[in-house]
Design a protein. Structure first.
Length: 163
């Protein structure tokens, strides 16, 4: 997903709206494959006098994976909010920052990072899924509910290249 910033650069301090969709590559999380629907992204952006562009907005999509208990199909809503600044002329190889050059900003890395960050660690087809009948009795039953261990751990995402 690309964001055209020519107007914003010509009018620093002026806020613009944007919206669009972004495909996200399948993710492998804890050995399980997680597939994501196309991500819906919307928000506002604004350039400063130096040409750095700040973006605020939200993304939402649906993630699909195997149910942790019965291995059937499960899905979970994924939502996250972002507030980042893209540095004009910054090093695009630097994983610590978001950077861009020219008149366009690629939102691929941002959207993927924030979507993956919001993935649940465990999917359940339904909250009271009885699981497999032949379940190993020595394995403690997992707690119901969704946990989000990836929040704030952007470090983990740094290996993900742009889609
Ligand atoms: Zn299940």
């Amino acid at each position: 997903m690309k964001l055209e910033v020519t107007q914003a650069l010509a009018h620093p301090g002026q806020e613009y709206r944007f919206s669009g969709t972004q495909a996200i590559a399948d993710q492998e999380i804890g050995g399980d494959l997680v597939r994501l629907d196309e991500c819906i992204v919307e928000g506002r952006f604004m350039a400063d006098e130096e040409g750095n562009v700040s973006l605020k907005g939200q993304l939402r999509t649906i993630a699909h994976a195997r149910c942790a208990k019965c291995l059937g199909e499960a899905q979970a809503p994924v939502e996250n909010a972002f507030d980042e600044t893209f540095l004009r002329g910054g090093d695009p190889e630097d994983d610590e920052i978001f950077a861009y050059d020219g008149q366009e900003i690629s939102l691929d890395k941002l959207v993927m990072s924030y979507a993956v960050m919001a993935l649940p660690i465990r999917f359940l087809c339904r909250e009271d899924c009885p699981g497999l009948a032949y379940r190993d009795p020595d394995v403690a039953p997992a707690e119901p509910g969704i946990q989000y261990p990836f929040a704030g751990l952007r470090q983990l995402l740094e290996n993900n290249e742009e889609v």
